[in-house]
Design a protein around this ligand. Sequence first.
Ligand code: G6P
Length: 604
Amino acid sequence: MCGIVGYTGTQQATPILLDGLNRLEYRGYDSSGIAIVNDKEIEIMKIKGRLRELERITEGVSPIGTTGIGHTRWATHGGPSNENAHPHYSRDKSFAVVHNGIIENYLEMRDFLSERGFSFRSETDTEIVAMLLEYYYEGDVLDAIIKMRNKIKGSYALGIVHRGESDAIYALRKDSPLVIGLGEGENFIASDIPAALPYTRKFIIPDENEIALITPDNVTIYNRNKEQIQKPVTISDLSVADAEKDGFPHFMLKEIHEQSGAIRKTVHDRITPDGIRLDRIKLDGSKIRKIFVVACGSAYHAGVVGKYFIEKYARLEVETDLASEFRYRDPIVGPDCLTIIISQSGETADSLAALREAKRRGSRVLAIVNVVDSSIAREADDVLYTRAGLEIAVATTKGYTTQVAALCLLGLKLARDRETITQELYDELLYELKQTPETLARFIDDVSNVAQHLAGKYYTASDAYFIGRGYDWAAALEGALKLKEISYIHAEAYAAGELKHGTISLIEKNSLVIGIATEPTLLEKTLSNIKEVRSRGAAVIGITDAPDSIGAECDDLIVLPSGNSAFSSLFTAAALQLFAYYIAAARGGDIDKPRNLAKSVTVE
Ligand code: G6P
């Protein structure tokens, strides 16, 4: 969702802001803009469309100044347009503001301001922030910000510049991400660390209710009482190379290929000769009555794999929930439950709200998160980092598979603690999990050509149905999501046993069905479902580690290495990611930044 950058230093701000915005492109956006402040005025340039549009209109005429803020907007209030693009001026142009989040009481604030003679240039919720700042300003910007903040409700990361303060940016946040990058004689703000990585690896992460005043030589943080406070400096372990394509045509393909290394980092040093070690995580499996696994999107699909795995081996009841449902449905969660929140970004608004709801009800919260120090990581009681590294493509790949691997680790740990599996089986599964990265690397190399070939055959399909049972159903959910996200082909996943309850009526000659069959005990059942769709004319791609059992009933096959079905989901995921990728490539889509989607959904 919206991306924010800010720069104050000695260099011209525009190129640095444009570079930062380019590095945040993956967050998803439909317009962009910059505001540069100098001694006399604030100059804003903004435009609907891709960043190349902003580059075009600023080329040769970019505003002069060494302090500025920039923004990529993902439309919420008001469609994508030049007027609705950020930054937004206050009425007299003394303030300019960029915002990520939603001001929920903006209609009320509009009325409040209209009654006081303010009128608006855009349909956005953000503009009221700029207007309120002007309304409350009496010579001290910090005071104006505090008064404005007391007036607004909702979520926000805000970057603010003020006319006449040509070396200052003000920033604050609530429920939306924002980091402050520390350079030498220059400082930055950004929604995400990658935007400032070419300039610094030192960051401060402001907390809610804090206001940052950023100048070229100083970053001062004030608490809610306007007292200066000290904040720790975090050194990021990301590098500029992590944010580059490294010879791959797309970040998505690069990240698919990074999966085995990422899973290795997730599991390897946590599997010791004495079993699984999850440092600093307080887990007492014997005291947990029930686990809630709560997440959005692909992270939710990883949770479904986790549910099957934990229930099977740790014999603990697991309920999976979409965060957007959990947070409003009055869940029966309390101190005898463990709530697991899964999130790659650690910033998803619904997942963060679900975390707070679970904590409010007394549940201990364990976060399975990729981005270090993200909001979800910071607010959870315990964190199991997935260590996938920087993921840039909107459609998650290594983010998802590392979540599955982390859940398997956790499930095995619980199973051992609760003595619900034998030492022998535990050792066997751990051994297999530890071997997975290596096998997966070989598999990805081998299956790429197969996926490309199948994509060439099926890329004109208008619908695709993914079916499977158990872990294979979970894998089907993720496979269908991958395909629709980046290829725009309508795709649905069904538990294979549900087909006959309606969906089979959609199957006709040449319908594309992807049948996943890796669970030995369910193979025969899924095979029957494959036969049912095939006899109605469907073209079936089978994904299995038992080609002899189902091969004859499929038009095409993707053969997985044999092994535990839970771990097979990792292989199925990789195969289906590649299938979706090559189909999208054949159809000519914007693979890393699919239309309407955002990498990190920071508003509900
Ligand atoms: C967005 C992304 C998905 C992701 C979901 C949850 O929709 O495009 O790839 O699965 O958010 O994100 P999270 O960061 O919480 O895992």
